[in-house]
Design a protein around this ligand. Structure first.
Ligand SMILES: *Cc1c(COP(=O)(O)O)cnc(C)c1O
Length: 374
C-alpha cells in the first residue's frame, strides 16, 4: 500500500520536542522567557522591527484593526479571495469589509483595484500575500500615503517571503503572520504582528491582555476593553526552533513548486499559478482546473485524488458568496476573478516532508483524475 499524502504537514524534529519538554518541566509554561526570546528573534529576522506574538494570526489582525482605529462606519479594503479571517476581523470591529477583486494568476489584488474602492469612510487597506506570493507593495503604500490610510498586511501565507529584496514584515505598516500548523512555520496555533511604529507596542500588549496596564507598586488599571491572546511559552519554544529552520523549509517548498510547474506545464484544463517571483514563499501550490471544460466537478476530482491516496485542499472559496458576506449586500458576479478562482482552485500537497517521487505521484494522479473526468 502506498502512503497517504496530505496537502499540508508540519515538520517537528526531536530537538523541538526536547525543547518543549524542557519548558513543560520548567514550571513556567504560559507567556514568559520563551515568548520574549521568540519575539526578539522575530524582530532580528525582520531587520530590527518590533514584533509581538499572539495565540493566532486572527488575534494579531484583530489587534491591528484596533490599532488602525477601525470602528463602526469605517471601511477596510480586503480582497475577495482570501481566508475569511481577513475580512471577519473588520466586521467584528464594527467596520465594513469592502471587497475588491484579484488577479487570476497572482491571486493578489493591486493598487488600481484598491484605489477604485476608496471612499471617504476608508480607514485601512488589507493586502493579502496570497499563497506566499508578495503583493506589489510600493504602489499600495504610495496610495496609502496619498490618502492617509493605514495598511494592515495579512501575511499569514508569507513567512519568509520578500519583495524587492526586502522581507515581508521587515517593511510596511502593520504586518500579521500565522503559525498555524498548515503555514510555512508553526507554533501549533500562533501568530505575530510586526510594527513600523514602536509607539504602538504598549497598546498592542494591552490589547492582547485584557486592556490591563500594570501600575507601579503591584496594582493595575484596565484602560480599555480587550480580549486575551498571549502566546504560551510552550508554543514560543516551538516557534524558536521553527524559525531557525524556516529558510530550509522554504527552500524545499520552492524546489517542490518548481517541480510541479515543470511536470504540470501544458496539461489541458489546468491553469498554473504565477511563478518566477524570487521572493515567493510558496505556502500553497494551487492550480485552477477548468472543471466545466473537462465536463466534471471539483468534488469528483477531489474524490479521484483521494482514491489515489492524495489529499487536496480548497484555498479558498470567494468571500462575497458566503452567507455572512451576502448579508453585507454582495452578490454573485461582483468579483469575477475571485469567483473563478473559488470555483476552480485545488491545493495540491506542498510541505517539507514531500519527496520528489511524491510530486511525481501527485502529478500522475492529477493527469489521471483530469482524464478520468472526460
Ligand atoms: C491562516 C490564515 C489566517 C488566520 O491564521 P490563524 O493563525 O489560524 O488565526 C488569516 N489570514 C489568512 C490569509 C490565512 O491563511
Amino acid at each position: 500500500m502506498t502512503a497517504y499524502i496530505p496537502f499540508a504537514r508540519p515538520e517537528i524534529d526531536e530537538d523541538t520536542i526536547a525543547a518543549v519538554s524542557e519548558v513543560l518541566r520548567s514550571g513556567w509554561i504560559t507567556s514568559g522567557p520563551q515568548v520574549q526570546r521568540f519575539e526578539s528573534e522575530l524582530a532580528a529576522y525582520f531587520g530590527g522591527r518590533p514584533v509581538r506574538v499572539f495565540t493566532h494570526a486572527t488575534a494579531a489582525l484583530e489587534v491591528a484593526v484596533r490599532l488602525a482605529s477601525v470602528g463602526p462606519g469605517d471601511e477596510v479594503i480586503v480582497p475577495a479571495m482570501t481566508f475569511a479571517a481577513s475580512a471577519n476581523v473588520v466586521a467584528l470591529a464594527g467596520g465594513r469589509p469592502v471587497l475588491v477583486d484579484v488577479d487570476l494568476d497572482s491571486r493578489n489584488t493591486d493598487a488600481a483595484r484598491i484605489e477604485a474602492a476608496i471612499t471617504p469612510r476608508t480607514r485601512a487597506i488589507m493586502p493579502v500575500h496570497f499563497a506566499g506570493l508578495p503583493v506589489d507593495l510600493e504602489p499600495i503604500y504610495a496610495l496609502a500615503a496619498r490618502r492617509g490610510l493605514r495598511v494592515i498586511e495579512d501575511a499569514a501565507h508569507a513567512m519568509g517571503a520578500s519583495s524587492r529584496g526586502r522581507r515581508i514584515g521587515a517593511q510596511g505598516d502593520l504586518v500579521a503572520f500565522s503559525f498555524h500548523p498548515n503555514k510555512n512555520m508553526t507554533t501549533i496555533e500562533g501568530g505575530a504582528l510586526s510594527f513600523r511604529d514602536p509607539g504602538e507596542l504598549e497598546r498592542a500588549e494591552r490589547l492582547r491582555f485584557h486592556g490591563i496596564r500594570k501600575l507601579p507598586g503591584g496594582g493595575m488599571d484596565v484602560l480599555e476593553h480587550a480580549g486575551k491572546s498571549n502566546l504560551s511559552d510552550v508554543s514560543a519554544a516551538i516557534g524558536i526552533a521553527q524559525l531557525a529552520r524556516l529558510e530550509r523549509f522554504n527552500a524545499r517548498r520552492g524546489a517542490l513548486a518548481r517541480r510541479y510547474l515543470e511536470k504540470l506545464g501544458g496539461v489541458s484544463g489546468l491553469r498554473l499559478p504565477a511563478a518566477g517571483h524570487a521572493g515567493h514563499a510558496w505556502h500553497l501550490f494551487a492550480p485552477l482546473v477548468d472543471f466545466d471544460a473537462l465536463n466534471t466537478t471539483r468534488e469528483r476530482f477531489i474524490q479521484a485524488m483521494h482514491a489515489r491516496g492524495i489529499g487536496v485542499g480548497v484555498h479558498y472559496q470567494a468571500l462575497h458568496l458566503f452567507e455572512a458576506f451576502r448579508r453585507l449586500g454582495y452578490r454573485a458576479g461582483d468579483f469575477p476573478n475571485a469567483e473563478t478562482i473559488g470555483a476552480r482552485t485545488v491545493t495540491l500537497p506542498l510541505h517539507t516532508q514531500l519527496r520528489d517521487e511524491d510530486v511525481e505521484r501527485v502529478c500522475e494522479a492529477v493527469k489521471a483524475s483530469v482524464r478520468q473526468a472526460k
